[in-house]
Design a protein around this ligand. Sequence first.
Ligand code: B12
Length: 139
Amino acid sequence: MAVVTTISSDAHTWNLVYLQLILEECGWQVINLGPCTPVELVVESLTGSDVDLLVVSTVNGHGLLEVPSLLDAVLRVPERVRPPVVLGGKLNTHGEINDDEVRRLRDMGFAEVFVRETAVDAFRSYLSGFSVSSTATAA
Ligand code: B12
């Protein structure tokens, strides 16, 4: 199962729906926490369920400022229930971030960072590395 979320300041919704649809197409069950997600809700969503992947999407330009505190909170979740956390979208006010910033986010603890026009294709190939047999929705 995957949880799709954003940062607490971000009101954009269709990016979250888009990612939910990609994940569902790939056989995942998805909990979409919706826009302006409080950090506490993200943490709570990981402790109650069997979550294999946390997908953070933000496009309002505040991503680089806000994702460190979200990640900090998630990294305090016990390791046995903590899924990998991936990030993507338009992460600063210019839309795109540079390779140094991508590296810094990975060093911080994001398993992958998907930006620029290749983001969705790269995300799909990242998903292909998971076995969806345990996460697929029953037909
Ligand atoms: C609709 C919209 C709004 C609506 C949102 C309504 C809603 N319920 O969703 C409203 C009017 C509320 C809004 C408000 C604002 N918006 Co607005 N908005 C848009 C707009 C026109 C379309 C967004 C959209 O729905 N796209 C469709 C989805 C499917 O695409 P997407 O979001 O781009 O996501 C794609 C990729 O980024 C990628 N992706 C995103 N996340 C992730 C995550 C992963 C893991 C992966 C793999 C890929 C990925 O995949 C998606 C498909 O390709 C864009 C401009 C544009 N044409 O994109 C601006 C835009 C996102 N908004 C912008 C801004 C600045 C704002 C405001 C700050 C404006 C203001 N001054 O008030 C506020 C912020 C409000 C807030 N608190 O967040 C900027 C962001 C600038 C930046 N980051 O560089 C944009 C780009 C407009 C611009 N060119 O300046 N907005």
